[in-house]
Each structure stands twice: as C-alpha cells, then as structure tokens.
Ligand binder design. Sequence first.
Ligand code: FES
Length: 166
Amino acid sequence: MQTYVGAPQLPSDDKRWKIVEATARRHGREPHALIETLHTVQECFGYLDENALRFVASVLRVPLSRVYGAATFYHFFTLKPKGKHTCVVCTGTACYIKGAPLLLKAIERRHGIKPGETTPDGELSVLTARCLGSCGLAPAAVMDSAVLGKIAPEDILARIERGIHP
Ligand code: FES
C-alpha cells in the first residue's frame, strides 16, 4: 500500500481534492477519519468512485477493502451512478442562491430525472454536491469531468445534449 510522506499527491489538479485532503489532514490522516473523509468526497463530487476511494485509502493509510466496505455499508454514501454520463449540480449556498434549483428543474423537465436518478436508457445520471470548490463560478456543475461555471439552464441542457450525443 502506498503511504505518504509529507503532502499527499492529489489525483488531479481539481480543487476538490484539496478539500478532501484538508478533511483528512484535520483528523491527522488517521484511519478513524474514514467516514468523515468519505463524506467530504461525496459533498464535493456528489458520489464516490474508484479513484476517490483509492485516494482516501492511501491518504488515511487504510486498506482499500475497508474503504469499499464503509462506502457500500452506509446508505448515505452514493457510489458512482449507473448512467453513462453524469451531471453533478452544485447546491451549495453560493450556487443555490445563483440558481442551482433552476438547473435541476430544467434537467428534470427535459430528462425526467431528479438528483440521484438515471434515465431509463442509462445515458444520464444527475446528482447534487454541496460545494464543488468553485463558488466564484456559481452556479456551477460538472458534466462528466468538465466544470461548468455561471451556467444557465439552457446552457446546461445544451452541454448535457453534447455530452450524450457528441
Ligand atoms: S457552493 Fe457551489 S461551488 Fe461552492
């Protein structure tokens, strides 16, 4: 298992990893911080995927199996959704005020799904996150891995369309 000496290597330059790492650091990067750190991943990304679980395992120096165990045992964690494409809409305070509910409403009207749901054809899953770490870009969303800032309802629908039918 990989262990970190000094600052851990983040999976990418996505600012959200820094928020996750800060939670782990606050708890001394000890194994008992597992649930707390997974919560932060979920709040920042909307779900837990393998990449995130691996990062949490290495940063807290716990076996990946234990991280998987916690992620699948507790109902409040969502594993990577089933849809081929994923749209995560930030509903943190800044984004909420700037119109996140309108984004969700537009998606629901067009695709018939609410946060946590996947279209029947398996093309799109919609999720919410509590802060994507880009409050200056509110309202923000992430379509697959692209961060969308100051996005209007019609633009998010267009981005989803382009994502599904490139
Ligand atoms: S509240 Fe939405 S990015 Fe921070």
